[in-house]
Design a protein around this ligand. Structure first.
Ligand SMILES: CC(C)(COP(=O)(O)OP(=O)(O)OC[C@H]1O[C@@H](n2cnc3c(N)ncnc32)[C@H](O)[C@@H]1OP(=O)(O)O)[C@@H](O)C(=O)NCCC(=O)NCCS
Length: 137
């Protein structure tokens, strides 16, 4: 298993997105989203894409994880962990000395144990309310 950055194509995105049961958005949305991502990471098993994650953000203070999906046939084999490590390393490499930045996401219910294991803290907590979302059409 290996992880490569910025090789994610629209076709692979659609395939992996649908493989975990999500309805993909239209191709134009995907094209723009990939083009404007800070980076994408693709997990490959013998050269075949089995997982992906997309990083968006401002590069200075806030980073956000999107579209994290490992094909069901390849889950629980370490691909998710490798992808997250690559994404976090990408951010760390971009930080100036002394900087602290936030890495955020909205978890699916089933991915909660994964993210907990990877060191993420849940909201709401004693200090903060829940994350919020609004879809615009
Ligand atoms: C969540 C997801 C990306 C994790 O990827 P993965 O390749 O299956 O995870 P890994 O095999 O790298 O697991 C890493 C660690 O997390 C643990 N883990 C992963 N999923 C887990 C689960 N559902 N319950 C408990 N532990 C879990 C693994 O046991 C492993 O622990 P270890 O490091 O001690 O061995 C993947 O399961 C997935 O695509 N799920 C469906 C789509 C989804 O919900 N994506 C999240 C969007 S927010």
């Amino acid at each position: 298993m290996e992880v490569k950055s910025n090789i994610l194509t629209e076709e692979t995105f659609i395939e992996l997105y649908a493989s975990v049961g999500w309805e993909p958005p239209c191709r134009e949305q995907i094209r723009i989203a990939l083009q404007n991502s800070l980076a994408t990471f693709t997990a490959l098993e013998n050269g075949k894409p089995v997982g992906m994650v997309r990083l968006i953000g401002d590069g200075g203070m806030s980073f956000y994880i999107k579209d994290f999906a490992v094909h069901p046939d390849d889950q629980a084999k370490g691909a998710g962990k490798l992808l997250l490590h690559a994404l976090e390393q990408f951010i760390r490499d971009s930080l100036a000395s002394g900087w602290a930045v936030s890495l955020e996401l909205i978890s699916t219910k089933e991915a909660l144990p994964f993210y907990r294991k990877m060191g993420f803290e849940e909201r709401p907590c004693a200090c903060d309310g829940p994350g919020m979302i609004k879809m615009l059409r």
